[in-house]
Design a binder for this molecule. Sequence first.
Ligand SMILES: [Zn+2]
Length: 289
Amino acid sequence: MPQVKVLLVGLSVTLALAATPLAAQQAPPYETKKVAEGVYVYRHVGHQSMFVVTADGVVATDPISPAAAKIYLEEIRKITPAPIRYVVYSHHHFDHIAGGAPFKEAGATFIAHRRGKTTLERLKNPTVVIPDLVVDDRAVLTVGGTRLELHHVGRNHSDNSLVVLLPKEKILFAVDFLPIREVLFRNVPDSYIDDWFDSIDRVLALDWERLIAGHPRQGGIGTKDDVRALKGYMTDLKEAVRIAADQGKCADQAMKDVKLPKYEPWGRYNEFLPGNIERMCFYWRNGWQ
Ligand SMILES: [Zn+2]
């Protein structure tokens, strides 16, 4: 009957529209949010960074990309004319730090973990500003009365993560190694599994309440419960893959068979769980820590 066909067509159109989340339709490509007095999160598409504004100057983190950094600096300038004192790299991965030039021109001193600088000097990416200062384990920046602690909490995702702790505000900025309610990235490239567990414990031992992540997925701000949940996920993943490895399933069959239904609601579960399993197969079978 023709009426029924028309209705079905209409229905399918409605469903297709409803399948695109309203937030995705309306989200601007970038946004700056105040999260505490003088503390802001700058988001550019799928990345985000934290910056701290004081009367004596600004401390920024990850300049993301050339396109993102240009707007990042403009966003800071809407808030303050104060000098840009420092840019702190969370780790050396290109997608977080490749846009430093405008900050360098504004006079900022760039800071990274020592191994991050070594790697960046080797890679010589033309849009990456090489750090001026390096941190081994810990450093403290005090700008305009605001204290920022930089901690290297060991190897995790990369061997050179620095987290930024604001002790007064109880805020922690940490990128990529503490995903919020989502599984790990692909087959967990550039990773150190045993040290990663230690890192999580070291982060949990620091005094903070809100975690600002390097990506805005799941809201981009987490809690210690989210970090404990990540440790639970990694523990469950590691154990499930150990059993699969003992049954001779690594890697291809394990990637098909191992499921962790408890984490099904987490971000990118279907997309990346097989890759996470592959990484743990390398851990158990090849000794890839
Ligand atoms: Zn990374």
